[in-house]
Write a protein of this length. Sequence first.
Length: 135
Amino acid sequence: MSREIKFRAWHKVDGKMYKVYGFSQGKWFLRGKTFPMPSGAVEVMQYTGLKDRNGVEIYEGDIVSFDLYGSGEIERGTIIFSKASFVAKTGYSPALDGTHHGHPLTYQLGSLIRNDKAVEVIGNIYENPELIERD
């Protein structure tokens, strides 16, 4: 099985998301920009090859909601690449001392979609950081 390899980039100065249409000699070329950008000026995110329940492409850095247990209790997670797969990171498990500094809680994105957990892109970490702020 093959998947489409594509990227998008958050331009730190412009504060905008752009489609990446090329990479050459250490520079990223962004759609809508007429000149190459040095890699330090942008945060590049890869397409996961998966779409949410509405057909929206899911990228690294996206914030997704999903119903993990089918109970109507909605979880939110940030899409990251970890241990050779894309996962939704929801936070941390409680440590033995009761604080929230235990192990990161992650759920494989492909499994969430295959098991119909109603995955939906609700934003991304650059344009909507308030969606992942914890109490």
